[in-house]
Write a new protein. Structure first.
Length: 84
């Protein structure tokens, strides 16, 4: 199974760039018909993870993927499953 990975550690404090990267990875997954995207907001205070989840919960983004899975073994990881 093909998978894309987005690590947000380097841009955690650049809000506009976070949205841009999240949009880019979702669009790339759609264009390349990738089934799984791994997003790594990191553990930290949890604010970046909440921001990622809010982004994914927007109606226009929500319509593009099948489900979101929060990794129960690693708090700082989110999986987005696509069904093409």
């Amino acid at each position: 199974m093909a998978k894309l990975k987005l690590d947000l550690h380097d841009i955690y404090n650049r809000g506009d760039q976070i949205e841009t990267e999240l949009n880019r990875i979702v669009q790339e997954a759609m264009a390349r018909r990738i089934e799984l995207v791994e997003i790594i907001p990191g553990k930290g205070s949890g604010q970046l993870k909440k921001r990622v989840l809010r982004f994914l919960n927007q109606p226009e983004i929500r319509a593009l993927y099948h489900r979101v899975e929060k990794d129960d073994k690693n708090f700082g990881r989110i999986f987005v499953h696509f069904r093409h």
